[in-house]
Design a binder for this molecule. Structure first.
Ligand SMILES: Cc1ncc(COP(=O)(O)O)c(C=O)c1O
Length: 496
């Protein structure tokens, strides 16, 4: 292993940082990617690892030939990287890959944990959860009761631990598990998951942590002190939010939670023997949890990212991001008419690199369109698959609007105002990205009507430029890309 430890070099190792687009005013500029909470950009060195695996590509589940052995080893290595990254015990825990993201993993876990303790049919989930850590539990695990947050909208904070304890007591003996985000995908606010684990365990409940918005930004060990009562029972996350596009969803779980019941999915690769009369499921982890052919390339890429991040150290990654986050929050707060959601006091309520905000009197759809079309700033707007949380944060404003839901046009008015902007950081976010966002917001606040005149709203609350439309197919045309690749192929001398 080389002693690579340069955060600065790793932060620039993202080929997509060079992406440029032509804007509505004709300028061609570098894209400022501030949408990492949705998906992060691809880390170059990890992509290279996957590319180097390609010549050996073959299916796993066999040791018969060289390639199968190489791929099995690489897939194994990816599992080990996940366990190391979360400081899990490779004997008591297992890491397994499932589906194309955290949603698949959480659905699997909800079904599995419900089957383990059907008599406990209550799940406690926080009010800030992404739908992926709420709806699977509603569908598969019984009744979800939502835990309130500290404070008042729009300055809501983390999960209210006193309220959580009251709920655990109220539903004593019936709570199967607490489902909680390590950090919100809307505000970046961090929940004290190890304190929550200790509380849940005191009442015999397990804890499932959705770490999708946490692991790229900060250290999240399975136990912060090593004490068993503070250990997280399950940590789930998405590889595509960790610089490895195309990587699968991941779970780190205590083996004891999975053993005893048949795995949720069955098929090839997870059985020791099958006869016409029955089948014998393997006791090996993670094999028993990974039916079917796995996504080896995605897993290897993710393993490489986790390894690279460990070399630079998550403490350094976190410190660098916190500096940028403060820069972003201070810059936005200094612009008149900008409202930031969630408790703005970072010392009282820690956040990771995500900020949700609105501009007074301007629809979030219009703001997002202008930032993209005139400033090349890629942000996201809407409710971010966290409708109950966003509605709660917006409650005071929605009341002021006083929209009569039965009045004509009420649905569109609601869509236009029920939502917010989100800017989110990654390893590669720099001063210029933040400056571009702040410049766009300032310009919009200064001349809202000039910008508004260029746009028409559709029935969904999206705003479309009246004269400028980025020509999608000329920016990337898959068929033209294939044509180029095939032309290179025919130009190459035939190899015998
Ligand atoms: C906190 C959180 N949980 C779960 C998910 C779902 O992830 P995926 O779409 O990769 O399944 C997301 C995606 O935005 C998220 O932010």
């Amino acid at each position: 292993m080389s002693d690579f430890s340069t955060l600065a070099a790793l932060s620039r190792d993202f080929p997509a940082l060079a992406t440029r687009y032509q804007l509505a005013d004709g300028r061609i500029t570098r894209r400022h990617y501030l949408d990492s909470a949705a998906s992060t950009l691809a880390m170059g060195c990890a992509r290279q690892v996957a590319d180097e695996l390609l010549p050996h590509y073959a299916n796993t589940h066999s040791q018969a030939h060289f390639s199968a052995r190489i791929v099995n080893d690489a897939y194994d290595w990816a599992h080990q990287q996940v366990l190391k990254f979360t400081e899990a015990d490779p004997v008591r825990h297992t890491a397994f890959f499932a589906g194309s993201g955290c949603t698949a993993t959480l659905n699997r876990l909800a079904r599995t944990l419900a089957a383990q303790r059907p008599e406990r049919n209550i799940v406690l989930a926080s009010l800030m959860e992404h739908h992926a850590n709420d709806l699977p539990h509603r569908k598969h695990a019984g009744q979800v009761v939502h835990i309130p947050l500290i404070g008042q909208a729009p300055a809501l904070g983390a999960v209210d631990l006193a309220a959580l304890e009251r709920l655990l007591d109220h539903y004593r003996g019936r709570v199967n598990y607490v489902a909680i985000a390590a950090a919100s995908n809307v505000t970046g606010i961090v929940n004290p998951v190890h304190d929550i684990a200790a509380l849940a365990h005191a009442y015999g409940a397990w804890i499932v942590v959705d770490a999708s918005q946490a692991l790229a930004h900060a250290l999240l060990p399975i136990s912060d002190t090593g004490a068993a009562e503070r250990e997280l029972d399950v940590v789930a996350f998405s590889g595509h939010k960790l610089y490895a596009p195309g990587a699968p969803g991941v779970a780190v779980a205590r083996r004891a939670l999975l053993e005893g019941n048949e795995p949720d999915e069955v098929g090839g690769g997870m059985v020791d023997d099958v006869s016409l009369a029955g089948y014998q499921i393997t006791r090996r982890f993670p094999d028993r949890e990974e039916a079917g052919t796995p996504n080896m390339l995605g897993a290897a890429q993710l393993g490489a990212v986790l390894n690279a991040l460990q070399r630079v150290g998550m403490t350094a990654v976190h410190a660098a991001e916190q500096a940028r986050l403060r820069q972003l929050l201070t810059g936005l707060a200094a612009i008149p008419g900008v409202r930031i959601y969630g408790d703005p006091d970072l010392d009282r309520t820690p956040r990771l690199g995500t900020v949700a905000f609105n501009l007074d009197g301007l629809e979030h759809g219009l703001v997002a369109a202008v930032l993209n079309d005139y400033f090349n700033v890629a942000v996201r707007n809407g409710c971010f698959c966290a409708h109950p949380y966003v509605r709660e944060l917006l409650k005071p404003e929605l009341w002021t609007l006083d929209i009569d839901p039965d009045a004509e046009g009420a649905a569109l008015r609601l869509k236009s105002w029920q939502g917010m902007m989100r800017a989110s950081l990654g390893l590669y976010s720099d001063d210029q990205d933040i400056a571009a966002l702040l410049a766009g917001v300032r310009a919009l606040q200064a001349r809202p009507n000039d910008y508004r005149a260029h746009y028409a709203a559709d029935g969904e609350g999206n705003f479309h430029h009246r004269t400028f439309a980025a020509p999608g197919r000329t920016l990337f045309d898959p068929e033209a890309a294939l044509d180029r690749a095939l032309a290179q192929l025919t130009a190459r001398p035939a190899m015998l």
